[in-house]
Design a protein around this ligand. Structure first.
Ligand SMILES: Cc1cc2nc3c(=O)[nH]c(=O)nc-3n(C[C@H](O)[C@H](O)[C@H](O)COP(=O)(O)OP(=O)(O)OC[C@H]3O[C@@H](n4cnc5c(N)ncnc54)[C@H](O)[C@@H]3O)c2cc1C
Length: 458
C-alpha cells in the first residue's frame, strides 16, 4: 500500500485546492488525538463536502490500495483516529450542515461533521435535544463511530440507541443507506448498530438521522456524600431498582473531591466519596416527591451530607464542579499527561472495581482519579505521568492492564465508551473469545483490501 504521485494527482482532482493539504502543519494536526498514544503523520488530509466527494476519494483509494482514516474532531482517547499506516485522512468537519429538523417526527438529519454542541444549540429552539454528551467538542460522525455516551446514558442510552438511518460510503466507494425513519422495525439485519462503534474500519459515515428527545421542563439535582465507596455504590444500584428514572448517577472518589473542594468556590464537601444525581421531570411537584424518596434511600445507606435543588439554576451550580473535574486534574499536575482508563462492569461490581483501582494505584505509588458514569457501571481513572519517562510510564501501563483484565473477569468490558483504538486491542481476544473471529470476517467482508483505518481494533 503506497501513496504515489499519480494517486495524489487523482485525489487532488476530486476536491477544490482548499480541501486538500500535504502541508506539515495540517498533517501534524491529524497525527494525534487527545490520547497519549504515539502520533503518526498521514500523507495527505482531504476535507470532502459531500457524500459524492467521499465516494470518489474511496474509489481511488480502493483501486490504489491506499490507507484511509476518517477524522471527526480528533477528541478520541484511545488513538482511534491516529493514521498509524499514513495515507489519506478524510476530515469530515466541512460536512457540517444540519440538513433537516423534522420536529414532529422527533428526528434530525445531519452531515457527519456537525458538532453535537452546535446541533443542540439549534435544537433548543424546537424544545428538542440529542442526549449523548461526550464532554469534548465531538462530531456526530465521531460519536456514532465510537458509540459515545457520557453522563446521561443511563436514561437516554448511548449514541447507537438514537440512530435511525445512516448514509455510509463503503471501502470501494459504493454508498449504502441502512436504517429506517420508523421508530420500530423488525426488518433485516441491523447494519446501523454494526456501524455504531466501528471506529471507521467498516465505512465512512457521511449522513446520520438521529432520534431526538424533548427538553425536560424541570430538573432535580443533588450531591450526596458517603463515608465509603460501598455505601455510595449500593445507593446507586438501589436508586435504579426503586423504579425511579435517574438521568445521571455519577460517582466521584475521595481524591477527586479534594480537587473539587480546592478549585471550586463555595464547594466544600467532606473528604469522602460523592454521588452526583440528576432527575428530569415534567413538574416541580413530581420531582419533589422523587427527591424525598432519594433522600430516604441515601439516609438509610448512611449519607453524611445531602444537598439538592430543583430547577435549571440549582442544577448548573451543583453540576459545575463535576463538569470541571477533568480540567482540575490537569491543573493539579502541570507537565504531566493523563493515561485515561475506561472500563465498565455490572453495577453490582462497582465497589469491587473502585476498591481495586484505588488499592493498585496506592500500592504502586501512582496518582489516579477514580470517577465515572456509575449508573451505567462505567468507571474512568486518569493516571498522571510523563510519557517520556519510560520506567514510570510502564507502571501506568501495567496498572491499566491489570484493571481492564479485572473488569473483564467481573463480566465487564475493556471500554465503556472510548472505543478500542490502539490502546484496547490487547484485550479484544480476552473479552470476545471466538466472537473475535466473526468480527474479523465482517471486517474482511466490508473492507477486503484492509484500507479502512488499518491497524485498529484487531
Ligand atoms: C476531555 C474529554 C472527555 C471525554 N468524555 C467522554 C465521555 O464522557 N463519553 C464518551 O463517550 N467519550 C468521551 N470522550 C471521547 C470522545 O470525545 C468521543 O469518543 C467522541 O465521540 C469522538 O468524536 P470525534 O468527532 O472527536 O471523533 P474522532 O476522535 O475524530 O474519531 C473517532 C473514531 O471514529 C472514526 N470516525 C470519525 N468520524 C467518522 C465518520 N464520519 N465515519 C466513520 N468513522 C469516523 C475515526 O477514524 C476514529 O476511529 C472524551 C474526550 C475528551 C478529550
Amino acid at each position: 500500500m503506497a501513496l504515489n504521485e499519480s494517486s495524489l494527482l487523482r485525489l487532488r482532482e476530486v476536491v477544490g485546492p482548499d480541501q486538500f493539504s500535504t502541508g506539515i502543519s495540517n498533517l501534524s494536526l491529524h497525527a494525534k488525538d487527545e490520547s497519549f498514544h504515539t502520533p503518526h503523520l498521514p500523507d495527505v488530509v482531504i476535507w470532502p463536502r459531500s457524500t459524492e466527494d467521499v465516494s470518489r476519494i474511496m474509489k481511488i483509494c480502493s483501486e490504489d490500495e491506499i490507507p484511509v482514516t476518517p477524522w471527526g474532531a480528533g477528541t478520541s482517547l484511545e488513538g482511534n483516529p491516529i493514521p498509524v499506516r499514513g495515507g489519506v485522512v478524510i476530515d469530515l468537519q466541512q460536512m457540517n450542515e444540519i440538513l433537516r429538523i423534522r420536529e414532529n417526527d422527533l428526528q434530525v438529519d445531519v452531515q457527519a461533521g456537525v458538532l453535537f454542541k452546535d446541533l443542540n444549540k439549534r435544537l433548543a429552539r424546537y424544545g428538542l435535544f440529542c442526549p449523548p454528551d461526550p464532554g469534548a467538542s465531538a462530531t456526530i460522525g465521531g460519536m456514532v463511530a465510537n458509540n459515545a455516551s457520557g453522563i446521561r446514558a443511563i436514561k437516554y442510552g448511548a449514541t447507537k440507541d438514537l440512530i435511525q438511518k445512516l448514509t455510509v460510503v463503503l471501502a470501494d466507494g459504493k454508498v449504502i443507506q441502512p436504517g429506517t425513519l420508523a421508530f420500530k422495525t423488525s426488518s433485516g439485519l441491523d447494519l446501523c448498530r454494526l456501524f455504531a462503534g466501528s471506529e471507521g474500519i467498516l465505512g465512512i459515515i457521511t449522513e446520520i438521522t438521529l432520534r431526538l428527545v424533548g427538553i425536560p421542563p424541570e430538573f432535580l439535582s443533588s450531591v450526596v456524600s458517603f463515608s465509603t465507596t460501598e455505601a455510595a455504590s449500593l445507593t446507586i444500584s438501589q436508586i435504579i431498582r426503586s423504579g425511579l428514572a435517574p438521568a445521571a448517577l455519577e460517582l466521584i472518589s475521595t481524591n477527586c473531591v479534594l480537587l473539587i473542594n480546592k478549585y471550586t468556590e463555595d464547594f466544600n464537601f467532606p473528604e469522602s466519596p460523592l454521588v452526583f444525581i440528576e432527575f428530569h421531570g415534567s413538574s416541580k411537584e413530581g420531582l419533589a416527591a422523587d427527591l424525598e424518596l432519594v433522600r430516604e434511600l441515601c439516609k438509610d445507606n448512611g449519607a453524611t451530607r445531602f444537598e439538592a435543588g430543583i430547577g435549571r439554576q440549582a442544577r448548573s451550580k451543583l453540576w459545575e464542579a463535576r463538569y470541571n473535574l477533568h480540567d482540575f486534574i490537569l491543573r493539579e499536575h502541570p507537565g504531566l499527561e493523563p493515561m485515561a482508563i475506561d472500563t465498565a462492569v455490572p453495577i453490582s461490581k462497582l465497589p469491587d472495581i473502585v476498591a481495586y483501582a484505588e488499592e493498585i494505584t496506592k500500592s504502586r505509588g501512582v496518582i489516579g482519579y477514580v470517577f465515572g458514569h456509575a449508573g451505567s457501571g462505567n468507571i474512568h481513572m486518569p493516571m498522571m505521568g510523563d510519557p517520556n519517562d519510560k520506567a514510570s510510564w510502564s507502571v501506568l501501563e501495567e496498572i491499566n492492564h491489570k484493571l481492564v483484565e479485572y473488569a473483564i473477569s467481573l463480566g465487564g468490558t475493556a471500554t465503556g465508551e472510548h472505543g478500542v483504538g490502539i490502546g484496547k486491542i490487547q484485550f479484544m481476544e480476552l473479552e470476545h473469545g471466538k466472537s473475535l473471529e466473526i468480527m474479523h470476517r465482517i471486517k474482511n467482508l466490508f473492507d477486503p483490501k484492509g484500507i479502512l483505518n488499518p491497524g485498529k481494533m484487531f
